[in-house]
Write a protein that binds this ligand. Structure first.
Ligand SMILES: C[S@@+](CC[C@H](N)C(=O)[O-])C[C@H]1O[C@@H](n2cnc3c(N)ncnc32)[C@H](O)[C@@H]1O
Length: 202
């Protein structure tokens, strides 16, 4: 089974953000679930959430292995972890909404830059009024990196593929504003990460 050390480190701090912000019951769509460790942890810890993990088609077998294995044990009261479905934010089709929240961790800097507007627009389409978009990861601020480690990571990513790279929080805010998503929080997270939270207009 695929395993991410980073997920193990950040799942606790992200859980605290979700506990604070998610309504209950909540239907949550996760974009780019990766190994599925977040989906499993959050549905074991958060009551009354129905969590839909997704990822690119090629990554589904590895993701589904965790969802149908560990993922169905020790679910929190009233919570469900659904089978993984394929979603490329630029290709779709997006799962049917409405959902109470769209959550995505460490995806904006991995997907091509041209897909980031599709992530934000797709989330806005499936969110119910006042639903939340939560984006976790490293973001730059006004064109400047907020830490040397983020700058080095950005250089590394762009060296692998120029379409990848740390995105600027101002740009994410512009994309969100264009979709009637208003900023409600910018949570400072460990290791120079942030969780940007937007709410769909009512
Ligand atoms: C660094 S991994 C993060 C995985 C997981 N969310 C985590 O925090 O460990 C980035 C994920 O984004 C997914 N991804 C890349 N491009 C995507 C796209 N266009 N649409 C949806 N997901 C995408 C990748 O397949 C991968 O699972």
């Amino acid at each position: 089974m695929q395993f991410s050390e980073a997920c193990e480190r950040n799942k606790g701090p992200i859980l605290a953000v979700l506990e604070r912000w998610l309504p209950r019951p909540a239907r949550v769509l996760e974009v780019g679930s990766g190994t599925g460790q977040h989906a499993v942890h959050f549905t074991q810890q958060l009551h009354q959430v129905c969590w839909q993990p997704t990822d690119l088609h090629a990554n589904l077998p590895a993701l589904q292995e965790r969802i149908s294995g560990d993922g169905q044990a020790h679910l929190a009261e009233g919570s469900q972890l659904l089978d993984a479905t394929a979603l490329d934010v630029s290709v779709g089709p997006w799962p049917d909404g409405p959902v109470d929240a769209v959550f995505s961790a460490n995806t904006a800097h991995i997907m091509p830059a041209r897909s980031v507007p599709d992530l934000v627009a797709g989330a806005a389409r499936v969110l119910r009024p006042v639903g939340l978009l939560l984006l976790y990861g490293p973001f730059s601020e006004g064109g400047a990196h907020t830490a040397e480690s983020n700058e080095a990571f950005d250089t590394y990513l762009r060296g692998i593929n120029p379409a990848m790279g740390i995105r600027d929080a101002h740009w994410i805010h512009e994309l969100a504003a264009a979709q009637q998503l208003e900023p409600v929080a910018d949570v400072v997270m460990p290791a120079n990460n942030r969780t940007l939270i937007f709410r769909r207009a009512s």
